[in-house]
Design a protein around this ligand. Sequence first.
Ligand SMILES: C[S@@+](CC[C@H](N)C(=O)[O-])C[C@H]1O[C@@H](n2cnc3c(N)ncnc32)[C@H](O)[C@@H]1O
Length: 187
Amino acid sequence: MDRRLGVSTCEPKGWKTPVETPNSQFQDATASQPTWYRQLESIDDWLHMDACDHLVDLGCGRGRVLVWAAQQGQGRVSGVEAVSSLAKDAQANLEGLSIPNQVHCQDAADYRFSDETILFFFNPFGAFTMAAVIDNLASNLEENPRLIRIIYRWDHHHQLFQTLPWIERVENRGRSSLWRINPPRKA
Ligand SMILES: C[S@@+](CC[C@H](N)C(=O)[O-])C[C@H]1O[C@@H](n2cnc3c(N)ncnc32)[C@H](O)[C@@H]1O
């Protein structure tokens, strides 16, 4: 599929090698493994983006999910990736397809949310980084309450989501779960 799309998103070191992220605060990265294309197909409806959507992949690797989502729908895509070589590859893959994007090379624990409406995680890091991401999301929701979809593959730390306001689990599919944050509408 990479060849058909004209990108290069496989992980050359293989999925068993944990990623070294010297710049990340908690050092709890998992291995860098892209989501298999057939798994993306199986959650295509979860990933669907309308023109007003903004999807961010926290731990985007070489950008496979961003390319896939942008090619299926509309809206904007962003990636956050701690490893600079992977972030550069993600940007190159997106730019090669003329997909407008922002790839932030940084620790996800420090990422400040703005107007994202779809969050994607594929088992990128451990509970410490996930807790920091969730704290930052909770602060952002106080300032900008909005409907958000969260897609979490291999959702080991999903219990941390329970601390977020207005959140509910919508569906499980295989090892993936879909969550929704649905703030009450203002009168
Ligand atoms: C399992 S891969 C998933 C790649 C991509 N999301 C996908 O599904 O194809 C997880 C990625 O998270 C990145 N990562 C791990 N810890 C991170 C951190 N603290 N901040 C940002 N990225 C991190 C890794 O470098 C790796 O590329």
